[in-house]
Design a protein around this ligand. Sequence first.
Ligand code: B12
Length: 215
Amino acid sequence: MDERLKSLQEAILAIDEASAVEVTELLLKAEVPPQEILEEGMTAALLELGRRWNCGEAFLPEVVAAAAIFEKCSAIVEPALMAQTEKKVSHRYVGATVKGDLHDLGKNIVGAMMKTVGLEVHDLGKNVPTEEIVEAVRELEPKIIGLSALLTTTMPEQEAVIKALEEAGLRDGVKVIVGGAPVTQEWADKIGADGYAPNAPEAVKVALALTEAAA
Ligand code: B12
C-alpha cells in the first residue's frame, strides 16, 4: 500500500483534520486515482475505527469527529472524481439511506461515483421513509435505485421498500440495488434485490450491467 494512503488513514484515525486535508490534497496532486484515495485511504480508516469502536478501543465522539473529517476529504476528492466522468449512460439513479439509518457517507460516495459514468443522480438523503422512496420512483421514474443500510436493525427496511414497490405496481420498471457494511449478496438475493455491491466502484459496475440489460 502507498505510504501516503497509509498516512491519510492515520490522520483520520488520529482525528487530525489539518493533516488529513493536507495529505488528501498531496495525493491528488501526485495523481493518485481519487477512487483509491476514497477506498484505500478514507474508507479503510473508518472501517478500522469501526473495529476499534467494537472492541472498546474507540468511542462515539471519535467516530463522529472522524466522519466529519471524512466528509471534508470527500469534498476535496469529489471534483477530481467528476473530472474523470466518461458519460457512458444517461439513466436516472435514485439513492437513499433507509428509514431509521443515519449513516450516509457510503451512500454519498456511491452517488458521486454513479455520476462519473453519466447517471443522473437524485439523492433522497438519509433516514428516508419507505413511502418517500416509492413516491420518488413514481415521480422520477429512475431506471435504478440504490438503498443503503448500515445497521442490522435497518436492513429489513430494504426489503420493505422492495415490497412497497411491488404493492405500488412499480417494481417491474425499476432495478433495485442494495449495499452497506452488513449487507451481503445472500441478503440481496433473499429480499429479491436485483443487485448488491460491497463498495462504490463495484456498485457502478452492477448499475451499468443492470441498466444496460434493461435498455
Ligand atoms: C461513521 C459511523 C457512524 C457515524 C455516521 C456518520 C455518517 N454521516 O454517516 C455516526 C457516528 C453518526 C454513527 C452512528 C451510529 N452508529 Co455507526 N458506524 C460508523 C462506522 C465507523 C463507519 C461507517 C462508514 O461511514 N463507513 C465508510 C463508508 C464509506 O462505508 P460504507 O457506509 O460501508 O459504504 C461502502 C459500502 O458499504 C458500499 N455501499 C454503501 N451504501 C451502498 C448502497 C448501494 C446501493 C451499494 C450497491 C453499495 C453501498 O459502498 C460504500 C463505499 O465503498 C461503522 C463501522 C463499519 N464497520 O461500517 C459504524 C457502525 C455501522 N455503526 C454502528 C452503530 C451501532 C451506530 C449507532 C447505533 C451508535 C449509537 N449507539 O448511537 C448509531 C446509529 C445512528 C443511526 N440511527 O443510524 C455499528 C452497527 C452495528 C450493527 N450490527 O448494526 C457499526 C458497524 C459500528 C460497530 N459498533 O461495529 N455511526
